[in-house]
Design a protein around this ligand. Sequence first.
Ligand code: B12
Ligand code: SF4
Ligand code: SF4
Length: 324
Amino acid sequence: MALQTPEIRAQARRIGFHLAGVASVAQTYDDEYPERLEKWLSQGYQAEMGWMENPKRRDILQVFPGARSVISLGLNYYTNHRRREDAEYGKIARYGWGRDYHRVLSKKLKEFSFWLTAQDPGVETRFYVDTGPVSDKLWAQRAGLGWIGKNSNLISRGYGSWLFLGEILINVDLEPDRPHSQHCGTCRRCLDACPTGALPEPFVVDSRRCIAYHTIENRAETLPSNVSPELQGWVAGCDICQEVCPWNIRFARETDVEDFQPYPDNLAPKLTELAQLEREDWERRFPASALRRIKPAQWRRNARANLESQGNNGASADHAGDFI
Ligand code: B12
Ligand code: SF4
Ligand code: SF4
């Protein structure tokens, strides 16, 4: 049976994906992606994420030479829970509340790949969910799932930007969907809300100033002095530029993926507890979680930086634990 886009979309739904679309590898898209990636790198916006410089990121055929189409897939992760906003609690971004999205999406992508290859013995696939040098957002926009907003996240009409993205590269020419149009208009709420100026221009994130980068990826002992005082309680990622987005305010929808229900400790973690987090407690709090990327020393550093910026009667970070 020859694979057709409508049948692929139907199978994506059966497997539990919320959004699916197809982009063509051979087609020329007018999103100027290679130039924009180049400029982003030349400005040093990747900070210490050296892996962003991998040349394969510029050309999908270097990732999978047989690729003819990209099936892009989205999974809604929004739940109706609220995090505690009081100063004594640290804020964890929604992406990390429940089970690790890499695991959840990979399982579905694997099942989908099995199905695709079972349709025809000549079919070959590769799948990624932030697990290779492939831009998940770019292919999602090309495949019509949504548009890249000025906050740099992919926003969909059906779910806002609370979506994890993955894709299957396939050696079959499929009928492509139309790339999604832009719907940010004159809005600039995200740009104005970012406390550290990490969105120096629309669509562009300077990781060197981004709270999400520093709380998750930065492994240094201390956080930069221009970021630390602006953390506003964030200890793992940052959702500010998504929470202010009108598309999220209007269109966020409770997910049906049980795995994304928050682990109990992730909605209101006490800063004083995180400031003393040791390996054993880290293992207990974050099983099969994307937050394991943040090691115990980073949790302590992030929590202490927040406690320091709250003043805490001028105490030094080394004594943050004394305030319990
Ligand atoms: C590196 C990375 C980061 C870095 C850098 C963020 C960034 N925006 O580049 C850091 C650590 C800061 C980060 C943070 C977050 N991340 Co992240 N991250 C990635 C990763 C690995 C690569 C992104 C990338 O290629 N960046 C490089 C630049 C060049 O590309 P770009 O962001 O696509 O930006 C270009 C376009 O916007 C383009 N552009 C498009 N239109 C236009 C128009 C104009 C006029 C211009 C000038 C430019 C332009 O130009 C930009 C270059 O300047 C992807 C996974 C993947 N493999 O793709 C996840 C990914 C983007 N992250 C994700 C998430 C969830 C987050 C966080 C929300 C987590 C959190 N809550 O803390 C934050 C969001 C921060 C933000 N505002 O973007 C999701 C996003 C899902 C979605 N719906 O969009 C992804 C796709 C992972 C996944 N598989 O689901 N992330
Ligand atoms: S994640 Fe936070 S720090 Fe980073 S760009 Fe968005 S609002 Fe700014
Ligand atoms: S807040 Fe406004 S400008 Fe920013 S991503 Fe949402 S719609 Fe676009």
